[in-house]
Design a binder for this molecule. Structure first.
Ligand code: SAM
Length: 425
C-alpha cells in the first residue's frame, strides 16, 4: 500500500488539502498517524474517491450479487445472526452445512428464509463439532463484537463475550477445516494496543493455521454503506494456499441508488419534539445546522465537549454510501435520519443498506429486527469474501499474486505478533 502525506496527496490529485480533510471527516477515507503525528493516506483509495467525486467512476446500480454456478465447498457458520454472512456465501456458490446461533429471533429468521439450512439454536460453547472433522472446507464466525468495539466497554478478554473467540478456535481444532474466516469490528485492531488481535493470530498459528488479516471496506464492495470490518483468513498449514482478500472496486453505491423503489415497511418514528428538531436539519447535515439554543438543548452536556459529534441529529445524504448502521436507527449519538422524510430508516431500508434482498424476511419485534440487520455482515461483502474463498479452494490465483500476498501477510503479522504470546492458546 502506497501512502502519502496530506500535502503530497493534495499535490498529486491537484486539489486543496481541505477537500481531502473533508473526505476524512465524512469517513470516506481514514489516515494513519506516525510517531510524529503526521497523517498518511492510502494513495489508491484517494484516487478512487477522487474519481468518484469527479463522476469518473462507472455508474453501477444497486444489486444483490449472486453466482449461478454452485460449488461443492462446505461451510460451518458460528454466530450466524440473521444470515448476512451465510447468505453472501450461498450467493457466491458455497454450501452452508451447519449454522449455530443462540438468539431465537435470529434462528427464526434463518429458518423462515432457508428451511433447508441446518440451523442449531444453541450456545456455541455447548456444541461438539468432532463429527464434522475432515468434512468441512470453511469455518466462519463473526464472534460478538461489543467486547472489542469502540462503542463497547472495551474490556475484551476480561469480558466473557471476548472469550467466544476461543470457542471459534475450539471449533477449528475439532473440525480442522481448510480455511477459517473470522470477522469483527475495526476496533479489534487497536484493542489493548493490538494485543487482542495478536493473541488471536497466535492462537490460530498454534492450531496449525497461517493467519492473515485485512480491514475490509464494504463501501468498495458493492455495499451502499461505509462499514469497515477486520477480516482474518487463516489457511491450514499443510495446504499451499495464500489468503486472498477482495479487491476493492473503483466505485461506490449511493444511498439514493440503494433506496430506489424500496418497498414500504415497518419502522420506528420520532416523537413530536424530536421530529420538530430533525425537520431543521438538511440532507447530509447534523446538529450544527440547528439554531444555537436548540443545539444546546439537544446535545445537553455533549454540547460543551470537543470532537465533531457528527452523529448527533444526523440526516443521511442521498449522494454517498450510508453511514455505518448500528443496532438501532435512532440513537442520539448515531442518528440515521432518512434524507428527505423526517423519520429513521425503516427495517426494509436498513436491509437494503446491508444488501439483504427484499424477500429476506426478518422475525421478532421491531427492535429485534433492526438489531439483527445492524449486526449482520453486509451480504454483498460476504459474497465477495466467498468468491475469494472459492478462488483459494479452486487454486485460482497466479504465482505473482501468491508471492505478493504471502510477503504482505508475513510482514504484517511479524509486526503485530508480540514475543512470548505465541504460546498463549
Ligand atoms: C455480530 S452477530 C453475527 C452476525 C452474522 N455473522 C451475520 O452476518 O448476520 C453475532 C451473533 O452471535 C450470537 N451469539 C452470541 N453469543 C453466542 C453464543 N454463545 N453461541 C451462539 N451464538 C451466539 C448473537 O446472538 C448474534 O446474533
Amino acid at each position: 500500500m502506497e501512502t502519502v502525506t496530506l500535502d503530497e496527496a493534495a499535490k498529486y490529485l491537484g486539489v486543496a488539502p481541505a477537500l481531502i480533510r473533508s473526505w476524512e471527516k465524512k469517513k470516506l477515507i481514514q489516515s494513519k498517524k506516525d510517531h510524529n503525528n503526521t497523517r498518511f493516506f492510502d494513495l489508491e483509495l484517494l484516487k478512487r474517491i477522487y474519481d468518484n467525486s469527479q463522476g469518473k467512476s462507472q455508474e453501477v446500480g444497486f444489486k444483490i450479487l449472486q453466482n449461478t454456478e454452485k460449488t461443492e465447498f462446505t461451510t460451518i457458520e458460528l454466530f450466524a445472526g440473521c444470515g448476512g454472512m451465510a447468505l453472501g456465501f450461498e450467493n457466491a456458490g458455497l454450501q452452508n452445512e451447519l449454522l449455530i446461533e443462540l438468539n431465537k429471533d435470529c434462528v427464526n429468521t434463518l429458518q423462515k428464509n432457508r428451511s433447508h439450512w441446518s440451523v442449531v439454536q444453541e450456545d456455541v460453547a455447548k456444541i461438539d463439532f468432532k463429527s464434522y472433522q475432515g468434512k468441512i472446507d470453511i469455518v466462519s464466525g463473526g464472534f460478538p463484537c461489543q467486547a472489542f468495539s469502540y462503542a463497547g466497554k472495551g474490556k475484551g478478554f476480561e469480558d466473557t463475550r471476548g472469550t467466544l473467540f476461543f470457542e471459534f478456535a475450539r471449533c477449528l481444532e475439532e473440525v480442522k477445516p481448510k480455511i477459517a474466516v473470522a470477522e469483527n469490528v475495526r476496533g479489534l485492531l487497536s484493542h489493548q494496543k493490538g494485543k487482542t488481535l495478536s493473541i488471536m493470530l497466535a492462537s490460530l498459528k498454534d492450531l496449525g493455521y497461517k493467519p492473515a488479516y485485512q480491514v475490509v471496506s464494504a463501501q468498495f464492495l458493492d455495499v451502499p454503506q461505509k462499514r469497515e470490518r477486520v477480516v482474518i483468513i487463516a489457511v491450514r498449514k499443510d495446504l499451499d494456499i495464500p489468503s486472498i482478500f477482495p479487491d476493492p472496486k473503483s466505485y461506490t453505491i449511493s444511498l439514493k441508488q440503494a433506496l430506489t423503489n424500496c418497498p414500504d415497511s415497518i419502522g420506528v418514528n420520532y416523537n413530536d419534539r424530536k421530529k420538530a428538531i430533525m425537520e431543521l436539519v438538511p440532507p447530509g447535515g447534523n446538529w450544527r445546522d440547528l439554531p444555537l439554543e436548540i443545539q444546546k438543548k439537544y446535545l445537553k452536556n455533549s454540547f460543551y465537549k470537543g470532537g465533531g459529534r457528527t452523529g448527533f441529529a444526523k440526516r443521511l445524504s442521498w449522494d454517498e454510501p450510508c453511514l455505518t448502521i448500528t443496532c438501532s436507527p435512532a440513537q442520539t449519538q448515531t442518528e440515521r435520519c432518512h434524507p428527505d422524510k423526517t423519520r429513521p430508516l425503516t427495517v426494509r431500508e436498513y436491509a437494503r443498506v446491508q444488501t439483504f434482498p427484499d424477500d429476506w424476511k426478518f422475525t421478532g419485534s421491531l427492535t429485534s429486527q433492526y438489531k439483527q440487520i445492524g449486526n449482520a455482515v453486509p451480504v454483498n461483502m460476504a459474497y465477495h469474501l466467498g468468491q475469494c474463498l472459492i478462488a483459494m479452494l479452486e487454486g485460482k490465483w497466479n504465482n505473482q499474486t501468491k508471492q505478493q500476498v504471502i510477503k504482505k501477510q508475513e510482514t504484517e503479522i511479524q509486526q503485530l505478533l508480540i514475543p512470548g504470546l505465541a504460546k498463549v492458546f
